[in-house]
Design a protein around this ligand. Structure first.
Ligand code: ADP
Ligand code: ADP
Ligand code: ZN
Length: 214
């Protein structure tokens, strides 16, 4: 199964991706997580990502495409993968189509998750993540009783730099102008499936499974 998750920042792509990837045994390929790792390692793209992410801006398309291309060659992708946070621009989607052709692969579905902007802001401002294992939590739905530590690896949870208020607004704008056109792009290819993200995590997950198993 080869899937793309589309949706604004904070809609729950990462949360759903973790559940779905576990169920289907496919890797979750999150370009955001790859860039955060590059920042940690202070590689050349990492340094660039650090500056751009702080402003809520996207990394250049050619760098992102190169990163994804390299990742998809790894052996764990041979039975499929879920792209979480990629593509995010029309040139990325076009580049990815070319890449699929080169690899003789077909995309199965693009799942678009949506919720109202007010809900997104609440989700993003309460988001905390584990810098070690990447697990995602929320201040309201997963109260941090154990001193804000990750359930899985006991690392101290952190708030992402780009989840602070000013940057959230900028990221929403970037989503509206650069990523929303992808909805039409995939609708025309008859690959687009829409899911209401304003439900409990478990219910969103069931809606996704229903779509995929139809
Ligand atoms: P969210 O989980 O809030 O949707 P991500 O973790 O996917 O955000 O991305 C965080 C940041 O990483 C983005 O704001 C951008 O700077 C960079 N990034 C991630 N994916 C891409 C991409 N496909 N193209 C360009 N930049 C990206
Ligand atoms: P994205 O990857 O789209 O940016 P995340 O999966 O990181 O989004 O979720 C953003 C925040 O919202 C996290 O704090 C997460 O725990 C929370 N969240 C995710 N899905 C739901 C949901 N269905 N209901 C309430 N909160 C959610
Ligand atoms: Zn952890």
């Amino acid at each position: 199964m080869r899937l793309i998750f589309l949706g604004p920042p904070g809609v729950g792509k990462g949360t759903q991706a973790q559940l779905l990837c576990k169920k289907y045994g496919i890797p979750q390929i999150s370009t955001g997580a790859m860039y955060r790792q590059a920042i940690k390692n202070q590689t050349t793209p990492g340094k660039q990502a650090e500056a751009l992410m702080k402003q809520g801006k996207l990394m250049p398309d050619f760098i992102t495409l190169g990163l994804v291309k390299e990742r998809l060659q790894k052996s764990d992708c041979k039975n499929g993968y879920l792209l979480d946070g990629f593509p995010r621009t029309i040139p990325q989607a076009e580049g990815f189509d070319k890449l699929l052709q080169e690899m003789h692969q077909k995309l199965d579905a693009v799942i678009s998750i949506s919720v109202d902007e007010a809900v997104l802001i609440k989700r993003l401002s309460g988001r905390r993540s584990c810098p070690k294992c990447g697990a995602v939590y929320h201040a309201d739905i997963h109260p941090f009783s154990k001193k804000g530590l990750c359930d899985k690896c006991h690392e101290k949870l952190v708030q992402r730099e780009d989840d602070k208020h000013e940057t959230i607004k900028k990221r929403m704008d970037v989503y509206l102008t650069q990523t929303v056109p992808l909805l039409d792009y995939y609708k025309k290819k008859k690959l687009l499936y829409e899911v209401d993200g304003d439900q409990e995590i478990e219910k969103v997950f069931n809606s996704i499974l229903n779509l995929l198993e139809k």
